[in-house]
Ligand binder design. Structure first.
Ligand code: 0X9
Ligand code: ZN
Length: 272
């Protein structure tokens, strides 16, 4: 069975990226954006516009390049594979100063109301914001890439799990963003596309109003940088398996997420 019906080790993912750019050198590029705390390379794949079978995809790829970062928290990901009891590790694997605990929550480490209410200044907490914004090399690398490309980036989508949600700014405040109405209607269109694809129900809303206050996230940071179409998609499921989604659900989850991405890209294209 296919690549999308199993979980893969970081080593396999690195190998897959290498092979993918080799086999599809005309449509894929691998961009090195920095290295992790434990010195693993961080890569972004760039999908270049070329002919595709899927007609919507063809049109979207005619107008846009897609930059995809398969794994941001490479050290954390490797750590989840290293021992069964670490399967749900969330944070980075960095150590700052003489802390007795390891790891910063990368989604609390961006410079967007950094370490306000909804993040923790304590190293041992799951939502530790780190010693300062972009203290994590992975966060710094992603932020730098986005900053350096901000004039060409039209949308930013970050994939998380779980809860089946399409979230948009803000998460650092209960206040509505100035684009709230447009983002809400677009999130609705994305959720509808998902429903059409797999029959799954995704709820939607501004982050803080829908789940909780959580500052320092990449979506809010990208939005405040000027990338209006900024979303967090919380993938399957709604709690039956939670973070331990069965492998046979990976593929349909990818399909529904892709339908949401297409809907967002479609809207961006109509509003250029
Ligand atoms: O809390 C988070 O970072 C995300 N949920 S998760 O369970 N995957 O950790 C939600 C992120 C929503 N966006 C921001 N907080 N900016
Ligand atoms: Zn997450």
């Amino acid at each position: 069975s296919s690549y999308y019906e199993h979980y893969h080790s970081m080593k396999e993912i690195y190998h897959w990226m290498e092979e993918a750019v080799k086999v599809h050198s005309d449509l894929l590029q691998k961009i090195y954006i920095g290295s992790s705390y434990e010195k693993r390379p961080l890569y972004i794949l760039k999908a270049i516009h070329v002919r595709e079978r899927d007609r919507t995809m063809t049109r979207l790829l005619e107008h846009f390049d897609f930059y995809v970062m398969p794994v941001v928290n490479v050290d954390g990901y490797v750590y989840t594979w290293s021992h069964p009891s670490n399967r749900l590790w969330r944070k980075s694997r960095s150590s700052h100063g003489n802390s007795k605990c390891i790891g910063t929550d990368m989604n609390r480490n961006f410079d967007a109301r950094w370490c306000g209410e909804g993040a923790s200044p304590y190293e041992c907490h799951q939502i530790y914001c780190g010693p300062y914004p972009e203290s994590e090399p992975e966060v710094k690398a992603v932020a730098r890439f986005i900053r350096d490309h901000k004039d060409i980036i039209k949308a930013y989508i970050t994939m998380h799990s779980y809860s089946q949600l399409v979230l948009f700014p803000y998460s650092y405040t209960m206040d509505k963003s100035k684009d709230h109405d447009e983002l809400e209607s677009l999130a609705k269109k994305a959720a509808t596309a998902i429903k059409r694809t797999t029959m799954k129900t995704y709820k939607l809303g501004a982050g803080a109003q829908t789940i909780y206050l959580a500052p320092g996230g990449s979506d809010d940071w990208a939005y405040d940088l000027g990338i209006k179409y900024s979303f967090t998609i919380e993938l399957r499921d709604t709690g039956t398996y939670g973070f331990l989604l069965p492998p046979h659900e990976i593929k349909p989850t990818c399909l529904e997420a892709l339908s949401a991405v297409k809907e967002i890209a479609q809207h961006v294209l109509e509003n250029l």
